[in-house]
Design a protein around this ligand. Sequence first.
Ligand SMILES: Cc1cc2nc3c(=O)[nH]c(=O)nc-3n(C[C@H](O)[C@H](O)[C@H](O)COP(=O)(O)OP(=O)(O)OC[C@H]3O[C@@H](n4cnc5c(N)ncnc54)[C@H](O)[C@@H]3O)c2cc1C
Ligand SMILES: *[C@@H]1O[C@H](CO)[C@@H](O)[C@H](O)[C@H]1NC(C)=O
Ligand SMILES: *[C@@H]1O[C@H](CO)[C@@H](O)[C@H](O)[C@H]1NC(C)=O
Ligand SMILES: *[C@@H]1O[C@H](CO)[C@@H](O)[C@H](O)[C@H]1NC(C)=O
Ligand SMILES: *[C@@H]1O[C@H](CO)[C@@H](O)[C@H](O)[C@H]1NC(C)=O
Ligand SMILES: *[C@@H]1O[C@H](CO)[C@@H](O)[C@H](O)[C@H]1NC(C)=O
Ligand SMILES: *[C@@H]1O[C@H](CO)[C@@H](O)[C@H](O)[C@H]1NC(C)=O
Ligand SMILES: *[C@@H]1O[C@H](CO)[C@@H](O)[C@H](O)[C@H]1NC(C)=O
Length: 408
Amino acid sequence: MFPFLLVFLLSFSWKTNASTQPVEQFLHCLSLRSGNSSITKLVYTRHNSSYSSVLNSSAQNFRFITPSSPTPLAIITPLRPSHVQATVYCCRKHGLQLRTRSGGHDFEGLSYSATSCNVPFVVIDLANLRSVRVDVEKAAAWVESGATIGELYYEIARKSATLAFPAGIGHTIGIGGHLSGGGYGSIFRKYGLAADNVIDSRLIDVRGRILDRKSMGEDLFWAIRGGGGGSFGIVLAWKLKLVPVPANLTACSVTKTLEQNATELVHRWQSIGHILPKEVHMSFAISRANSSVDGTMTVQASFGSVFLGNINELIPLMEEKFPELGLSKQDCFEMSWAESILYSALFTTGLPLETLLNRTQVSPLSKLFFKAKSDFVKRPGTRIRRIVAQVLRGRYFDPKYRKYFDPK
Ligand SMILES: Cc1cc2nc3c(=O)[nH]c(=O)nc-3n(C[C@H](O)[C@H](O)[C@H](O)COP(=O)(O)OP(=O)(O)OC[C@H]3O[C@@H](n4cnc5c(N)ncnc54)[C@H](O)[C@@H]3O)c2cc1C
Ligand SMILES: *[C@@H]1O[C@H](CO)[C@@H](O)[C@H](O)[C@H]1NC(C)=O
Ligand SMILES: *[C@@H]1O[C@H](CO)[C@@H](O)[C@H](O)[C@H]1NC(C)=O
Ligand SMILES: *[C@@H]1O[C@H](CO)[C@@H](O)[C@H](O)[C@H]1NC(C)=O
Ligand SMILES: *[C@@H]1O[C@H](CO)[C@@H](O)[C@H](O)[C@H]1NC(C)=O
Ligand SMILES: *[C@@H]1O[C@H](CO)[C@@H](O)[C@H](O)[C@H]1NC(C)=O
Ligand SMILES: *[C@@H]1O[C@H](CO)[C@@H](O)[C@H](O)[C@H]1NC(C)=O
Ligand SMILES: *[C@@H]1O[C@H](CO)[C@@H](O)[C@H](O)[C@H]1NC(C)=O
């Protein structure tokens, strides 16, 4: 009886300590390590009134900020690299997991949540480390991880009408996670992934050292450009190679419903999308829509394209390579590269370029409950047919469309 009671008391007192002590020890460690107690002004714990709004600020997937989601013991918002170094050191010392957040667009919320409520963790949010320096003469830029790709694009466009960086479309995406995983967008057929155009970086490793390309070595430098964020250290900043674009390019959009042969066009696209000249990027998105014929539900495919050239070159090119689409001048606009990013993301022209700076701008897949997954299709096949069928099925399945999805 007696030893049993003792064990019970010990485990009880261990539990109460576990809920308060690690965070206090961690904060104490941060002050000591940074040699400056004002670092606590950059730390939000559950006791701070703005904890929840800071945690939610860049969380894009509402699945990971429900009231039952695991939350961090603390969120650190560093202003200087030394704050990041101190955080790495103190997390290790106190056995806390560290989650790094740049733009918070991780599909599975890995930058601000944990898979279990039993794993104490700390979020380091790099939103304050977001300077962008563009060198037009050298066609290069240094960008800190906490910047969004929109902030990078805006600064490039402000300095030059004919330089660009090949990265994603959604302008609220963070540089840190995006470059760590690859990053593709509307000029990647010509210039490759964002990660392919990184020429140097500054990384904080698990020992808190700041390394550049030379001191980290080519293996690690290779790994951090595509190996996935959160795996090899915290990247503070990246040096990028900028690429040439015409002062005006062409962006087009054309939408076809099932009745307008959307299924055939999607199939055709699979055979020719990748053999079009590298200056053309064409993609499509499938969604439900009202049928123009009788107002019942149908499926539509919206084909968006960006061409590094002008309308008068693009139209004959598409007439030759993809006549079935029937792309016409009315479907296209000439605009700068930076404007084409906004057009591709938000489907409107004439928005001020400053929209690129809006870190809370809502776009498809942002600030929603969603499940998303990227995949590769290696040969034209039935997989897209199945996806179209699922879009249509939803709650709106109409048997009259079944003929479009004959499984053979
Ligand atoms: C609305 C939306 C649009 C998108 N559009 C595109 C697109 O057009 N093209 C495309 O290629 N992808 C696109 N994506 C996917 C996006 O590129 C990835 O989700 C990317 O990882 C997001 O980076 P982040 O910094 O915003 O994310 P975060 O959630 O901050 O980070 C993602 C991962 O990287 C880690 N990480 C973050 N910062 C660092 C750092 N500094 N050092 C080391 N690790 C770090 C995190 O811990 C996490 O594991 C889109 C996603 C969304 C939600
Ligand atoms: C401590 O940090 C504050 C705020 O970041 C800064 O203003 C101050 O100069 C720092 N003090 C020392 C001694 O580094
Ligand atoms: C959070 O609260 C603590 C304790 O009241 C305070 O020292 C700290 O400055 C607060 N953090 C922020 C970011 O306001
Ligand atoms: C953050 O999101 C959670 C979950 O959606 C919500 O309960 C909470 O009120 C939000 N906090 C703020 C400050 O908006
Ligand atoms: C759909 O394609 C068929 C041939 O595959 C063609 O005969 C028909 O005119 C097309 N319909 C439309 C609306 O383009
Ligand atoms: C279809 O039309 C109805 C009625 O006009 C509208 O409420 C609904 O939002 C439309 N749906 C789509 C997907 O456009
Ligand atoms: C770009 O195209 C727009 C619209 O056609 C035109 O008004 C503008 O002058 C063009 N700019 C350049 C630099 O060619
Ligand atoms: C950013 O976009 C959101 C909506 O997407 C809007 O509510 C907000 O006013 C915008 N902010 C600025 C500074 O324009």
